[in-house]
Design a protein. Structure first.
Length: 278
C-alpha cells in the first residue's frame, strides 16, 4: 500500500467562511474545535441580529468569544498572526478574498437566499448554506437550513427547499417573533439583548419618530446594531416567546445542526481527496 500524501492536511487546509452571522459562526465554532484553521468575512456594517452568537460582532467590538472560541477583527495582512495566536481572523468581505488567501474550501454562509451568479469553478471546493445554491452547479455541496426533518442534510446534487419567507416555529410563534423595519432610517433601541419585553412595549424608534413595538411577550434574542441604517421590511429584531428558559448567549439547536453538517461536508471533501492520492 502506498503512503498517504498528508500534505493536504498540513499545507492548505484553510477554510474561508463568507458571512459571520449566526449560522456561519456555528460552523466556524464547530470547525475550529475540530482543529481546522478558519478565516471569516462579513460586511463592514454587519446585518446579524443575534449578535451574541455571531462573530461579525467583532467588526465593532474588535473581539468576541462564543462558547470558548474567539474571533478577532483584523486586516488581511494580519490573518497569519491571528491564526498563530489561536483565534479566528475576521476581515471585511472582498470579492478578491478567495484569490488573496487561496483557501482549500469556501463555505458560503451569507444566507442571501437567492440565486447566485457564481459557478463551481470559483474555488477549489465550495459548500453553500441554504437557498440559492445548487449542488453540481454553483457549489459542490449544499446544506439544508430550513427547520424540519431535513435540517442539516447535505445535498450532493440539487437544491434545498426554496426560501418560504416564513420564520421557523419557536415556542408556538413564527412570523410574530421576527420584527421588521417599518421604514428606512436609523434605528435607535431603548432595550437590549437578553431583556424581557411585553407585547406592545416600546422597543425603539426609526429616525427617532417611528415607533418599534414588541409583537409578543418574550426574551429579546436578536437586535440589529444600534444606530444602523435599515431599510423597510429588513429583519431587525427577534423575540423568543420561551422567555428566560432560553440562553441567548448559547449557539442554538438549529445552528448546531448546521455547524456540524458543515464539519461533515468538510470531512467528506478531505477524505475523497486523500483517497484519490492512494
Amino acid at each position: 500500500m502506498q503512503n498517504i500524501d498528508t500534505s493536504i492536511l498540513e499545507r492548505n487546509l484553510l477554510i474561508l467562511i463568507r458571512g459571520a452571522g449566526e449560522l456561519a459562526s456555528a460552523a466556524a465554532n464547530s470547525l475550529y474545535k475540530s482543529g481546522f484553521k478558519i478565516v471569516l468575512t462579513d460586511l463592514q456594517n454587519p446585518l446579524a441580529i443575534r449578535r451574541n452568537v455571531s462573530y461579525c460582532s467583532a467588526i465593532h467590538d474588535k473581539t468576541i468569544s462564543i462558547e470558548g472560541v474567539t474571533a478577532r477583527y483584523c486586516m488581511s495582512k494580519d490573518i497569519s498572526d491571528v491564526l498563530t495566536n489561536g483565534e479566528i481572523p475576521l476581515i471585511v468581505d472582498d470579492e478578491r478574498i478567495i484569490d488573496n488567501i487561496q483557501p482549500f474550501i469556501v463555505v458560503d454562509a451569507r444566507m442571501l437566499k437567492k440565486e447566485l451568479g457564481d459557478d463551481i469553478t470559483t474555488s477549489p471546493f465550495k459548500i453553500g448554506l441554504g437557498p440559492g445554491f445548487n449542488a453540481g452547479d454553483n457549489c459542490h455541496m449544499v446544506i439544508e437550513t430550513n427547520r424540519g426533518h431535513n435540517l442539516g442534510r447535505i445535498i450532493l446534487d440539487g437544491m434545498t427547499i426554496p426560501d418560504t419567507g416564513i420564520p421557523g416555529n419557536i415556542g408556538g410563534e413564527s412570523a410574530k417573533r421576527v420584527i421588521r423595519a417599518p421604514r428606512d432610517g436609523i434605528v435607535n433601541w431603548k432595550v437590549d439583548l437578553g431583556e424581557i419585553v411585553s407585547k406592545n412595549q416600546l422597543m425603539g424608534t426609526i429616525n427617532n419618530n417611528i415607533e418599534i413595538r414588541a409583537t409578543l411577550n418574550g426574551l429579546i434574542r436578536g437586535l440589529i446594531m444600534n444606530g444602523h441604517f435599515v431599510t423597510e421590511n429588513m429583519k431587525i429584531a427577534d423575540i423568543d416567546p420561551r422567555g428566560l428558559s432560553v440562553d441567548y448567549k448559547a449557539i442554538s439547536d438549529k445552528a448546531i445542526s448546521i455547524g456540524r453538517a458543515v464539519l461533515e461536508a468538510v470531512l467528506i471533501i478531505i477524505n475523497k481527496n486523500i483517497i484519490k492520492k492512494l
